[in-house]
Write a protein that binds this ligand. Structure first.
Ligand code: SF4
Length: 60
């Protein structure tokens, strides 16, 4: 299982607030683009999945 960003659900028009909830700093964002999750750092805690109001972060 990996936690992934579905960029088609991300409006890509704001600094991603989910980055602040990640306990291990696994999420990065360039400009307002959809954030990227470093799967080597991600501990799959699910915090960003629950946090994102757009449903743009999911487990697959
Ligand atoms: S699942 Fe947890 S560790 Fe992984 S990117 Fe989301 S908040 Fe960070």
């Amino acid at each position: 299982m990996n936690v992934v960003v579905r960029s088609e659900y991300c409006p890509q028009n704001h600094p991603c607030p989910a980055i602040r909830v990640c306990p291990v700093g696994a999420m990065t964002q360039k400009g307002y683009a959809a954030p990227v999750i470093d799967k080597e750092k991600c501990i799959k805690c699910g915090k960003c999945v629950r946090f994102c109001g757009m449903g743009a972060i999911t487990e697959e």
